[in-house]
Design a binder for this molecule. Structure first.
Ligand code: ADE
Length: 224
């Protein structure tokens, strides 16, 4: 998969994809993330990418020409499955969306900044609008990092143990069960006996019960 992220703050996206699972995805050739500096498409000597809002509102709006030129440039090189815009008024991101997006070939991810982007971009270029939650970030970059990370780890072959993504919280609308490692007894705080039983059936049943219990306690809305 190739993901091209369009941003005015490329520095914000330098590190997130260079470590851990995202790095492994890149090393295996399964995910290529390109960060594109929108400033390169800016207008005039000052490489302008934003301008005052029509109607006299406070705050700057990202202009249509630089973003349109950048997207058209990318589209001339390959076909894209989606042009995703990160915005607090988008559809709230969830695991199901991550699953679906992890099966795509090429994605463009557009990070908003300032007051937003010219609405005509949303009408004519953007195919999917995603919010990562009901709060406002200063730009779409951190949201893009969240979305790309969630998608990237689901790309087939990225995780070593294929089953581990299947056991994630939310993967089947349940939260994950608690996990433990050594020592089995720390100051008298013991690991549940079921996990130490060595009996796969007992272990599996414990995990399912705990998963359900945790979901009932913390996120009963998922069970509806
Ligand atoms: N840009 C600013 N806030 C955002 C949010 N909550 N989700 C996605 N993009 C954003």
């Amino acid at each position: 998969m190739q993901i091209d992220i369009i941003t005015v703050v490329p520095d914000l996206l330098q590190s997130p994809f260079q470590h851990s699972i995202m790095k492994r995805a890149a090393d295996k050739g399964l995910l290529q993330v390109n960060v594109i500096n929108l400033r390169n498409y800016g207008l005039g000597n000052y490489k302008q990418v934003d301008d005052y809002a029509f109607g006299g509102e406070a705050g700057m709006v990202m202009m249509i020409e630089p973003i349109a030129a950048c997207i058209n440039d990318l589209k001339a090189q390959r076909n894209y499955d989606e042009v995703i815009f990160l915005t607090p008024d988008g559809n709230t991101f969830n695991q199901k969306m991550a699953n679906q997006l992890s099966l795509k070939e090429n994605l463009i991810v557009l990070c908003g900044h300032y007051k937003g982007i010219d609405e005509r971009l949303r009408q004519h270029f953007v195919t999917m609008e995603i919010s990562i939650g009901d709060y406002v970030l200063s730009g779409g970059e951190l949201a893009a990092a969240v979305v790309v990370d969630a998608i990237g780890r689901l790309i087939p072959g990225v995780l070593n143990d294929e089953s581990s993504a299947l056991m994630d919280s939310f993967q089947d609308d349940l939260l994950s069960h608690p996990v433990y490692t050594r020592p089995a007894d720390y100051n008298g705080w013991k690991v549940p006996a079921e996990l130490l039983s060595g009996n796969p059936k007992i272990i599996q049943q414990w995990k399912e019960e705990q998963s359900l219990k945790r979901t009932e306690e913390r996120r009963p809305d998922l069970l509806q």
